[in-house]
Ligand binder design. Structure first.
Ligand code: SF4
Length: 512
């Protein structure tokens, strides 16, 4: 095939018609390339549903581009000529089409961008304008600051976007952050809305069969696949949340409940991260819902903060600090990830619930990830890179730019406090307060040192004792260390011994 002016490689998390590298296409002379490659599907053992989501959404996007008159080359995973990597596909199609120019939008993964930048082809790179803050803008904001804090960055983004800002530049409601209103446990009889459902079409069925054939060694079920794979269905999911979930999202965003995997969470993060929804539109819909009186301010502000605060902040940190960031290990952890993270085979009900729903749906909400599976990994001293790989593998919405800082920095505090001001460590009391998990658990959350005591309790104090030198000067932990100092010596020893016993069991490969 001759006469190609521009060849645009579009990645599986770039399925947006507004993608910068897709602007100004000439339907007669330009070609868009999409390729399903083994290297991306296998560099960590991605949950099979996540592979289905990305491949099916890519196939639907390719078809939508064709319907818009754009020439598309689509390489399926089982194409015998598939080279298995994106640099390989770019080189192959460059040789076949001999385009005058190669175009790409910035990647979401340092590893992939590095390999594409080093593949020997002259690529025209586009800034990813799907985000509110560019890499360069974040770098300028961070310059000269000894410590970065999300809250101050978030205020900048509120001012930049004008979201929930009064005419005089002040925040609507008189405060920037209403997080204190967003920590309610779920009342006993409060029910979450039924989740929006999506039918699996012929394209997705084909992809499910392909994934079932090639990824039998990856953990996670394929059966419950129920995610939008087109822009239209992503919009349905979003509209459903605006109507039925958002009003209660603020109050109960930190709550957890048995057999309620979604509660009042939108489940749009995967669609947003692969380009099926637009950040600015989503935020503007939330603001409009607030101004129309459909939702309270704590729900609107809390949701917008997740998107233009945390989401943009972690992306900024990722590109500022990579690749060195990935190997940070502040506590010097050496314990491997317990096998039950891949199976849910544990007597700890909170862990069983969260890992179980993760294997079934490739989904858990942020507090489940932070305060249950993450908290346990932090307290047990698991190697951060293994925890990061688990999160990257197992969650539908996990792409390196968002997963790595959230896991390594926020969950594991492995960056020593660069991203967050304190480790998010907690005993079983936090999980008891925010969920009903403890009432169905084999362990007793009110006990700390007996054989039947909740493992989180002794591990929490063991963590604080073993890292006393590193943490006791942290102002946000001052009260905790005062409480520890006031504790009778024999109680401290009993907690230490119980913690040691639990860690020895983990080291012996026993599930707790
Ligand atoms: Fe989790 Fe402990 Fe509660 Fe069991 S008792 S559910 S292990 S917090």
């Amino acid at each position: 095939m001759n006469g190609t002016r521009r060849l645009c490689l579009v990645l599986g998390d770039q399925l947006s018609f507004d993608l910068p590298s897709l602007q100004g296409l000439d339907s007669e002379r330009d070609t868009v390339l999409l390729a399903e490659v083994m290297e991306e599907a296998r560099h960590v053992p991605h949950h099979p549903q996540k592979i289905v989501l990305v491949f099916s959404a890519m196939r639907h996007f390719a078809e939508a581009l064709r319907q818009r008159g754009i020439r598309v080359q689509y390489v399926t995973l089982d194409d015998p000529d598939n080279t298995g990597s994106l640099p390989g596909e770019l080189q192959r199609w460059q040789a076949i089409l001999q385009p005058e120019e190669l175009h790409l939008t910035e990647c979401g993964d340092w590893r992939l961008e590095h390999s594409l930048r080093c593949c020997g082809l002259p690529v025209h790179w586009h800034v990813d304008t799907r985000f509110l803050c560019t890499r360069a803008e974040f770098s300028a904001w961070a310059k000269g600051k000894k410590q970065l804090r999300m809250e101050f960055f978030y205020r900048e983004m509120r001012r930049k976007s004008g979201l929930l800002i009064n005419g005089d530049g002040s925040p609507v409601g008189g405060a920037w952050n209403f997080d204190a209103d967003n920590r309610k446990a779920l009342p006993k009889h409060q029910r979450a809305p039924l989740p929006a459902r999506f039918t699996v079409d012929a394209t997705t069925r084909e992809v499910i069969a392909l994934v079932a054939e090639h990824f039998t060694d990856h953990y996670g079920s394929l059966e419950a696949f129920d995610y939008p794979v087109t822009h239209a269905d992503a919009q349905v999911l979003w509209d459903y949340f605006l109507d039925f979930g958002l009003a209660a999202f603020g109050d109960y965003q930190d709550a957890m409940a048995s057999d309620e995997p979604f509660l009042f969470h939108a489940r749009i993060s995967a669609a947003l991260n692969i380009g099926l929804l637009d950040l600015r539109q989503v935020c503007s819909d939330v603001e409009a819902a607030y101004w129309s009186g459909r939702i309270p301010l704590n729900a609107a502000e809390g949701f917008i903060r997740q998107l233009i605060g945390w989401r943009e902040y972690v992306r900024g940190i990722y590109w500022l600090q990579m690749p060195a960031y990935a190997s940070r290990d502040f506590f010097g952890n050496s314990r491997p990830l317990p096998a039950f993270y891949w199976t849910g085979d544990t007597r700890m009900n909170c862990m069983r619930q969260v890992i179980g729903q993760t294997l079934e749906h490739a989904y858990a909400h942020h507090i489940q990830r932070l305060m249950v599976t993450g908290n346990f990994a932090l307290l047990a001293g698991i190697v951060p890179s293994q925890v990061c790989d688990w999160y990257l593998s197992i969650y539908m919405d996990a792409f390196d730019w968002v997963e790595l800082p959230n896991t390594l920095g926020m969950v594991m505090h492995a960056d020593g406090g660069y991203l967050g001001s304190k480790p998010y460590c907690a005993s079983g009391q936090y999980i008891k307060r925010m969920s009903d998990y403890c009432s169905g658990c084999a362990y007793n959350v009110s006990e700390s040192t007996t054989d039947n005591a909740c493992p989180f309790n002794a591990l929490y104090w063991h963590f604080l004792m073993r890292h006393r030198e590193l943490l006791q000067r942290n102002q946000r932990l001052a009260m905790v260390y005062k409480n520890l100092a006031r504790m009778p010596e024999d109680k401290q020893q009993a907690l230490w011994q119980r913690g040691e016993a639990l860690l020895t069991m983990l080291d012996a490969g026993k599930a707790l």
